[in-house]
Design a protein. Structure first.
Ligand code: UGA
Length: 429
């Protein structure tokens, strides 16, 4: 099938590359010429394990190409995906400026029947909006349909998630439009749910918000565990063994961040507001999440008797492992808290240091974790990168001023820390 994907961010590029790997003729579009040139040269514009190899292979085999022209891409495709950003505006409402602009360009270009697919995470009603904008360009309604096809991939495992999704959701007004996408995804052979447009749009927000709620729930339980000498890992294991609850997303930690959960939970709160429903449950999910990081930092502040003149080492900066994404990363909140109280921060992350450096140039960026530990009064494990899991903790401790380890992701067994002579402070115990 001939497919266009507009937007080469995480969702767009991964979708384009994966569809190309299934033998479709895919053109990926971006209005940023520098990005297009990079992609043409086989260099991914995002960090994602496995993408480079797949990108280069599909391009070499002529299944994948890049352009900055939406109209050229639309005219040469039967299906056009909109996969541009919908960042939160100041009040948390998703900003649809890019979606609108792309819909206008697509509308101007349509000459033959085209299925326009919203893959960007958009609030309920955005599918209708896209349809309206395309119609305003003078396109005959018989020449296009708008379909919602939300994306459920996770950064860090995006290619596998796209090839093996738990479910494919297709929201459409007409069965013929949905059928086109069913055909496109047929090779994946995954459970496929066909719904109306609004339900499909809501499924995405409801799913992300539910997962964020699950994490906030276990983080709230972690606070109880700290107060009553219980262990959150054991509580989570006991809860997760119940099939109705499930073990996933019950990992207590510093809280959820990234480019999706914070934006989508706010987005659903705002959607609810517009629909005259006060979603108090979700507001509390956000409060618990914000509080979780501040509480952990406060435990360290109390342990050190304040941050003034102290040096704190941070292991990991990205919002989760296997990504360079620092959007809403907990490291940023932690750095801010320490610096504002007169403390000094050293940090190491395998790939995201340059992004954080733009925000906090005053942090000392190290070339490895042992350098982070040098003369540190405490170390905080912020992101659970694999390479931190089997660290020589005794070596780490040997260069520290005070041998204090705050484990924000619960990766270090107490016995291992004790053997290394480290005082371990973990979440939820
Ligand atoms: C999330 C969803 O998991 C995807 O299904 C969805 O497609 C994506 O958002 C999106 O809307 O585009 P992502 O943000 O890449 O994916 O990352 P997750 O792996 O879901 O992690 C989100 C945050 O929750 C991270 O900060 C992570 O550290 C935290 N988390 C996750 C926990 O604190 N505990 C857990 O048990 C799981």
């Amino acid at each position: 099938m001939k497919v266009a994907v507009v937007g080469t961010g995480y969702v767009g590029l991964v979708t384009g590359v994966v569809l190309a790997s299934l033998g479709n003729e895919v053109v990926c579009v971006d209005n940023d010429l520098a990005k297009v040139e990079k992609l043409k040269a086989g260099i991914p514009t995002i960090y994602e394990p496995g993408i480079e190899e797949l990108l280069q292979r599909t391009a070499r085999e002529n299944f994948l190409r890049f352009t900055n022209s939406i109209s050229e891409a639309t005219r040469s495709s039967e299906v056009v995906f909109i996969a541009v950003g919908t960042p939160p505006s100041d009040d948390g409402t998703p900003d649809l400026t890019a979606v609108r602009a792309v819909a206008r360009e697509i509308g101007k270009a349509i000459k033959a029947y085209t299925v326009v697919v919203n893959k960007s995470t958009v609030p309920v009603g955005a599918g209708d909006l896209v349809g309206q904008i395309i119609a305003e360009q003078g396109v005959d309604p018989a020449l296009f349909d708008v379909v919602s096809n939300p994306e459920f991939l996770r950064e860090g495992s995006a290619i596998r998630d796209t090839l093996e999704p738990d479910r494919i959701v297709i929201g459409a007004k007409k069965p013929e439009a949905a059928a086109k996408l069913v055909e496109l995804y047929a090779p994946l052979d995954r459970p496929t749910l066909i719904t109306d447009l609004n339900s499909a749009e809501l499924i995405k927000y409801a799913s992300n918000s539910f997962l964020a709620m699950k994490i906030s729930y276990i983080n709230a339980i972690s606070r109880l565990c700290e107060a009553c000498d219980a262990k959150v890992s054991e509580v989570a294991q006991g809860m997760g063994a119940d099939k109705r609850i499930g073990a996933d997303f019950l990992q207590a930690g510093l809280g959820w961040g990234g480019s999706c959960f914070p934006k989508d939970v706010q987005g659903l709160i705002k959607t609810a507001e517009k629909l005259h429903y006060d979603f108090r449950l979700l507001k509390e999910v956000v409060n618990i999440n914000d509080d979780q990081t501040l509480h952990f930092v406060h435990r360290l502040r109390t342990r050190l008797g304040g941050f003034a003149g102290k040096r704190i080492g941070l292991m990991g900066l990205s919002f989760k492992p296997n990504t360079d994404d620092i959007r809403d990363a907990k490291s940023l909140v932690i750095i801010e808290q320490i610096i504002k109280d007169g403390g000094h921060v050293s940090a190491y992350d395998p790939i995201s240091m340059s992004h954080v450096e733009k925000i906090y140039p005053e942090v000392r960026y190290a070339s490895n974790v042992f350098e982070v530990a040098e003369n540190a009064d405490a170390i905080i494990l912020v992101t659970e990168w694999n390479e931190f899991k089997q660290l020589d903790l005794a070596r780490l401790a040997s260069v520290m001023r005070q041998k204090i380890l705050f484990d924000g992701r619960r990766i270090y067994p107490p016995a291992a820390a004790e053997r290394a002579g480290l005082e371990l402070h973990s979440i939820g115990e």
